[in-house]
Ligand binder design. Structure first.
Ligand SMILES: [Zn+2]
Ligand SMILES: [Zn+2]
Length: 132
């Protein structure tokens, strides 16, 4: 079981499953949405994701059509994104996870858009855009 929450604690969730993949997205939209060099994201089965608190706080922003970026409207923590075309899947922002977990399946996507100031020398696979 994975549990997580936003910065203010108003939004809390649990996921009845494991984190099986971590894609570290360097695209310019994710960088702005997180205020960070990248966004570590994991796909979740939407049926196994449960909001425990804060449904009324969630707001969404659409930087591209068909894709909602969902965040806490009180503190601004990004929680997940979801494509209208794939309702069974959420893409969790892993910085909000409170449970310790280990996942070896880590890779970089949109590495071609990486912030110039970020030194990124780990051994994880890199893809210029999406994972092929
Ligand atoms: Zn919050
Ligand atoms: Zn991205």
């Amino acid at each position: 079981m994975i549990e997580g929450s936003c910065l203010c604690g108003g939004v809390r969730y649990e996921y009845e499953g494991e984190i099986e993949e971590i894609s570290i997205c360097h695209c310019s939209q994710c960088r702005k949405a997180q205020g960070s060099a990248f966004a570590p994201v994991s796909p979740l089965d939407a049926d196994r994701f449960r909001l425990l608190a804060g449904a009324e706080l969630l707001k969404e922003y659409r930087a591209s059509p068909g894709k909602a970026r969902v965040f806490c409207g009180n503190c601004g923590s990004p929680i997940y994104s979801a494509l209208d075309s794939v309702p069974g899947l959420k893409r969790l922002r892993l910085g909000t996870v409170d449970t310790d977990f280990v996942c070896d399946n880590v890779f970089h996507i949109f590495h071609a858009s990486k912030a110039s100031w970020l030194d990124c020398n780990d051994s994880h696979p890199r893809y210029d855009e999406r994972k092929p």
